[in-house]
Design a binder for this molecule. Structure first.
Ligand code: RUQ
Ligand code: CUA
Length: 677
């Protein structure tokens, strides 16, 4: 046993530990404070730490991320769920999973895709082709913005597997719209929102057959694919107009720009001085076709042949003028500016970027654009002022095969920083530092931007590096995609967890790691396993910005946000209407009964049930499920939902509430009696 002095110099007689001495000062100061107001907690801090084998440093880290029971988090992280098709909402710094939001995939807990009118409406028309699509690969969330900062209204997220984008209404954390984007077959990281939420952007990933309509298909041969790739495929940049009232994307008011058949990847919005521009990375400018079985190099090799790929610089404000001048065709229901017109009108310029880039990330001041080629150890930072000057001076190194001018690389570069192996994605803090994920190195690099953030020798320097576990993809900082980043925390989205958790394999969770940015050097605070999907991208928003409805005003339809014409206010208004071929029911749910609870139905009837949860208490959600039917709805307090189904089997069917809502929850049930005529 050793006795120590704490920082105030007083002898702390309660401190009796047998662990290493180094770095203990701060811990003890903290521990002293904790003890002074420790209430009834059992045991003293350091003794507990020692007994559990937790080092003093880890004890400090625990305190930095711990949110006490009943305490609230400072930030919300919205992360994509990958091929689970969902979105996860995680509190920071506690790293507690607060919500999952079903987006592209039916999910029964939220009653999503199992009969509720609002979810069926979102999912209807969500299938781009002939087959009903029941899954998606959610990748890149974009929170809506006002004046270049998150405003907590809506969240947009794309489906990597299909060219789709969804809108989640943050008033009730529900998916309200899924849009298969015309002409796209796939999409990737081309999702961003303009700083005023005028447009949400989505671009194609793998180029699609020109003017592709998945419902019709197109005639194509292997020979076309291998030898006419340049001609028959195209990429697309899409500006979807956002309805400022509802957050819905309105295709008729939107437009698209045809791009060369490169593989368009991540994108970002111009802001401040670069407002009105879009920046889209691409790879496979080689246009490798694959076809190892046809004597071609594998795609991976073919697509990595050139030293440079192209960033697309798109002047979308100018494109708006081109649209206004009528220089477009309507293709598959959207106004499309052809590649020829785009070149003629100088809407697009290309900028060489090092090997196989992934992210392009505009700095908070709107002038710097960071890209990193996964096969180049540097981040390359372009200056938007330099880009504009080069365009003005026509400082080009030629054009690509489609006639798009290529800006001279050296004319646009503001700085380069050697950060390490496999740089992938960058975010920023509020002090002029960039943070770049290093996939190959499994690390995060912190580096300094140039003027006006840092000058002289302090600019363009690698200042810190932190190992993460393992194979980091993207990273997120607080308000990191905005003009007003907050610093403080960073979350590393790691692809592999390997040995970090108790083995539940062979399929192992992904690993979110919380990093403290408040000190001189980055410090790893916490590991959070994600065992329900593969997150790709995330955004962190201050918790006070997001203010969802806690209880719907009585009778609200989640579809319209307004009172449903079929809402009723109490069990005394409940009724059943029989007419030829139809049974229609107006039903209420309240702890712990449905009214009516015995519903006679004629065999063969089309059944419509309008169900109002007449509760106005926080968290008083009820469920409604029918055996043998894919009906499982969740009705939040105050909500009215309509479900419809066919009574095709005679018998007695007991429905019940799926939420444990009260002491008499098990009694919350009823019967549908389907009578033969
Ligand atoms: S992504 S790391 Cu970069 Cu859409 Cu997956
Ligand atoms: Cu309502 Cu259980």
């Amino acid at each position: 046993m050793i006795r120590f002095l704490d920082r105030s110099g007083l002898l702390s007689s309660w401190v009796r530990i047998t662990i290493a001495v180094v770095g203990l000062g701060a811990t003890f100061a903290l521990a002293g404070t904790m003890i002074a107001c420790a209430g009834n907690a059992q045991g003293d801090l350091m003794a507990v730490a020692a007994a559990r084998g937790i080092s003093p440093d880890d004890a400090v880290r625990a305190l930095k991320s711990f949110v006490p029971p009943g305490g609230k988090d400072d930030y919300l992280l919205f992360a994509s769920g990958g091929h689970s098709g969902q979105v996860f909402v995680v509190g920071l710094p506690s790293m507690r999973l607060l919500r999952m939001i079903a987006v592209f995939t039916p999910e029964p807990w939220q009653g999503y895709g199992y009969g509720s009118d609002w979810s069926e409406a979102a999912l209807a028309g969500a299938s781009p082709g002939k087959e009903t699509i029941r899954w998606g690969d959610s990748h890149h969330p974009a929170l809506s913005e006002t004046d270049g900062d998150y405003d907590g209204r809506w969240l947009y997220i794309n489906d990597r597997a299909h060219g789709r984008i969804a809108m989640v209404d943050l008033k009730d954390f529900r998916t309200k719209q899924i849009l298969p984007v015309p002409n796209l077959q796939t999409s990737h990281g081309g999702v961003f929102i303009t700083p005023d939420s005028k447009y949400v952007h989505i671009s194609s990933m793998v180029p699609a057959l020109k003017h592709w309509d998945p419902k019709v298909g197109a005639s194509v041969t292997v020979d076309d694919h291998l030898n006419r790739y340049d001609e028959i495929y195209r990429g697309y940049s899409t500006f979807l107009k956002i309805d400022q009232e509802t957050g819905r994307m309105v295709v008729e008011d939107s437009f698209q720009i045809e791009l060369p058949p490169y593989t368009q990847d991540l994108a970002d919005a111009g802001k401040g001085p670069s407002y009105g521009y879009a920046f889209i990375n691409s790879y496979n400018s080689e246009r490798a076709t694959g076809g190892v079985n046809f004597g071609r190099p594998p795609l991976e090799a073919g697509a990595s042949e050139y030293d440079f790929d192209f960033m697309h610089i798109i002047n979308w404000q100018k494109a708006e003028e081109v649209i206004a001048a009528g220089k477009f065709d309507v293709v598959n229901g959207i106004r499309l500016i052809s590649l020829e017109t785009a070149v003629e009108e100088s809407l697009i310029h290309l900028l060489p970027e090092p090997k196989s880039p992934h992210g392009v990330d505009v700095a908070p001041n709107g002038n710097y654009l960071t890209v990193s080629g996964k096969l180049d150890p540097h981040v390359t930072v372009y200056g938007f002022d330099k880009i504009l000057a080069a365009i003005e001076a026509e400082d080009f190194e030629g054009t690509d095969d489609y006639g798009i001018p290529i800006i001279r690389f050296d004319a646009a570069v503001a700085g380069q920083v050697e950060v390490g192996a496999g740089p992938l994605h960058s975010q920023y803090d509020n002090e002029g530092y960039g943070y770049t994920s290093l996939f190959l190195e499994s690390a995060v690099a912190k580096w300094s931007l140039g003027e006006p953030y840092h000058s002289g020798d302090a600019a363009w320097q690698l200042v810190d590096k932190l190992p993460v576990h393992y194979n980091i993809g993207h990273l997120a900082t607080a308000h990191g995609d905005t003009m007003n980043p907050r610093g403080g925390y960073l979350v590393a989205l790691n692809k592999w967890s390997i040995d970090r958790f108790t083995n539940v394999g062979p399929l192992l969770p992904q690993n979110f790691q919380l990093v403290d940015l408040s000190g001189e050097t980055m410090d790893l605070l916490y590991d959070m396993p994600i065992g329900v999907g593969e997150p790709h991208y995330a955004q962190i928003v201050s918790a006070d910005v997001v203010n969802p409805e806690q209880v719907y005003p009585l009778g609200t339809s989640a579809m319209t946000g307004e009172r449903s014409p079929d809402a009723i206010d109490g069990g005394d208004q409940a009724r059943i209407d029989h007419r030829p071929g139809v049974t229609e029911v107006w039903m209420t749910a309240i702890r712990s009964q449905y009214a009516p609870d015995v519903v006679p139905i004629k065999l063969g009837d089309h059944v419509i049930i309008h169900l109002t949860n007449i509760e106005q208490a926080l968290d008083a959600t009820h469920g409604f499920s029918i055996p043998g039917k894919n009906i499982m709805v969740s009705i939040d307090a105050g909500e009215t939902i309509t479900i419809e189904f066919e009574a095709d089997t005679p018998g007695s069917f007991s429905f019940y509430c799926t939420e444990f809502c009260s002491a008499l929850h098990l009694e919350m049930q009823g019967w549908l009696i389907v009578e033969e005529n």
